[in-house]
Design a protein. Structure first.
Lengths: 112, 114
């Protein structure tokens, strides 16, 4: 079964770019890579999703190398309000059903 | 604005009690999910439903069951609560797309079993 590994915590300063990498060596062909943000006392919130190469939206970019065994969430110019836990999720439809594997989360702390 | 609501934010139950956690979504989503979240372990999938009356086991279904009688409602049942089921329970829903992974989460129910 695929397992996702991400750093436990990261520190940054306001205005910097933050890159959080997730390792998923056993990703399956049909799996997508999705990132979520979670604030205390709230459910996770969808940030971005990709299958391969690069995806960009209004809040983040997601870089996925050709072998898809890792992915990097890039947050441009972080602010204090980006302090949160970020989860990498790998999953999709597979033979035998749907599988979804969350990483343990990366706690990002943005300092002034 | 899309919304997933859960019946309780906090719940305290005793060992051996039957516990019902309710989740309702207003987005007409086909898929619904129940997760539990524990420190250092991230989110783990308990059960998944892709249609009314349909369910599939996730990674940790033991000690849990689910019910989906209506499209908008997905219930998680702890048949006989135990202390190791003390956790944060999160419900989510998504459209039936290739990825299933753009999920919308509720605020969570923090369950304590004494």
């Amino acid at each position: 079964l695929a397992k996702t590994t991400q750093p436990i915590s990261m520190d940054s300063y306001e205005g910097q770019e933050v890159n959080i990498t997730c390792s998923h060596n056993n990703i399956a062909t049909n799996d997508y890579i999705t990132w979520y943000q979670q604030f205390p006392s709230q459910g996770p919130r969808f940030i971005i999703q990709g299958y391969k190469t690069k995806v960009t939206n209004e809040v983040a970019s997601l870089f996925i190398p050709a072998d898809r065994k890792s992915s990097t969430l890039s947050l441009p110019r972080v602010s204090l309000s980006d302090t949160a836990v970020y989860y990498c999720l790998v999953g999709g439809l597979r033979t035998g059903g749907f599988k979804t594997i969350f990483g343990a989360g990366t706690r990002l702390f943005v300092k002034a | 604005d899309v919304k997933v609501t859960q019946s309780s934010r906090y719940l305290v139950k005793r060992t051996g009690e039957k516990v019902f956690l309710e989740c309702v979504q207003d987005m007409d989503h086909e898929n619904m999910f129940w997760y539990r979240q524990d420190p250092g372990l991230g989110l783990r999938l308990i059960y998944f439903s892709y249609d009314v009356k349909m369910k599939e086991k996730g990674d940790i279904p033991e000690g849990y069951s689910v019910s989906r009688e209506k499209k908008e409602r997905f219930s998680l049942i702890l048949e006989s609560a135990s202390t190791n089921q003390t956790s944060m329970y999160l419900c989510a829903s998504s459209q039936r797309t290739l990825s299933y992974n753009e999920q919308f989460f509720g605020p969570g129910t923090r369950l304590t079993v004494l």
